[in-house]
Design a protein around this ligand. Structure first.
Ligand code: SF4
Length: 343
């Protein structure tokens, strides 16, 4: 059985035509799927009974619920979904926002040394229905205001599915969100060996969501020590592509910079980072590192982070320190593994 969840309006129209239904039935099905959010075809009560029966022969709605949830002392909640060895989504409540940190893959093949997801390896891509299930099944589904593709996986390594989800989130027949409510975080996948295209360029051209780039070190050789994918996807290439686009309007680009003690946190790094980003309308988000087991990497002390931040701001690069959320439930940046803390 194929899931209806993840189908766009054109595909729903094709399905309706195949069932002998009028094309407007596609809008009714989209409404049931993405607005009224039903769990079964049977609940689509304004479709003729015969049409529902026909639809049910080949299709299901395709939502998958979470199997576990754990709450942090700071209100962050981590949900476990039964995809592959386990996929997590994190709900981060803030004053006037409820942000869902969404996963795009079962694990990740980018291998960043500081990340629990990377360590667990890659177990496949998530389908659009599996990504949308994260949005629709968390307890706070009705309150969500924002989404960040910053959970497990590299979203540009699964761009076709992520793009489809973004289309559904932003379409008037879908969730009806503004693209400004969505941020995609990437290490900067500038080429695809299979298609020869550039997933990063496709992201820039095919939607207008915000972009966050995981930078973490301005020196390519040092960055490659932390992020082996620096070799196939050099940060210089990512930056030159970004510079082709306009970030002076509504669309924003930011750079994520996890601070590791003695690795990327001295003046040399701050000055090189400021040089690297000169003239680009952007923001740098500093992130305190959360220790992961069996790793020599340690977080930079807070005074060092403060000095680094001040140096960048003094050099004209808008820099903030991102508040850390959900560390006690292994829900903070780089800690998602699909496993419960006690395991
Ligand atoms: Fe993958 Fe992101 Fe972890 Fe790197 S930091 S291994 S890209 S999930």
């Amino acid at each position: 059985m194929e899931p209806l969840l993840g189908k766009n309006i054109g595909e729903l129209q094709t399905i309706c035509t195949g069932l002998g239904l009028k094309p407007f039935a596609a809008s009714q099905i989209a409404d049931w799927l993405y607005r009224k959010r039903v769990r079964s075809v049977d609940e689509m009560t304004n479709l003729p009974k015969a049409a529902r029966a026909g639809l049910s022969r080949s299709y299901v709605v395709g939502r998958t619920g979470y199997v576990d949830m754990i709450s942090s002392v700071d209100g962050t909640r981590k949900y476990l979904f039964p995809f592959g060895p386990g996929v997590e989504a994190v709900m981060i409540p803030d004053k006037d926002r409820s942000t869902l940190c969404v996963s795009s893959q079962k694990g990740c093949r980018m291998g960043c040394r500081f990340c629990m997801t990377g360590r667990g390896g890659w177990h496949g891509n998530l389908t659009p229905a599996e990504i949308l299930s994260q949005f629709m099944e968390v307890d706070e589904a009705a309150e969500l205001t924002n989404a960040v593709f910053m959970g497990m996986g590299e979203p540009l390594d699964n761009w076709d599915s992520v793009r489809r989800v973004i289309d559904i989130l932003t379409a008037p027949w879908g969730f009806g969100w503004s693209p400004k409510r969505i941020t995609l975080s990437t290490i900067g996948v500038t080429s695809d060996p299979h298609t020869g295209g550039s997933p990063l360029r496709r992201f820039m051209d095919e939607c207008s969501c915000h972009l966050a780039v995981s930078l973490h070190n301005p020196f390519p050789e040092e960055r490659a020590e932390l992020m082996p994918m620096e070799k196939p996807f050099p940060i210089e290439k990512t930056l030159s592509l970004i510079r082709e686009y306009d970030f002076t309007g509504q669309r924003r680009v930011s750079f994520e910079y996890i601070m590791f003690a003695g690795i990327n946190d001295d003046k040399r790094h701050a000055d090189a980072l400021a040089r690297m980003l000169r003239g680009l309308e952007c923001r740098v988000n500093l992130i305190r590192f959360h220790r992961i087991p069996d790793s020599p990497l340690a977080p930079s002390p807070m005074p060092v982070i403060g000095q680094f931040k001040d140096r960048l701001n003094a050099a004209g690069v808008l820099t903030t320190l991102r508040a850390s959320r959900g560390e006690d439930i292994l829900a903070a940046c780089g800690m998602l593994s699909g496993r419960k803390k006690e395991q």
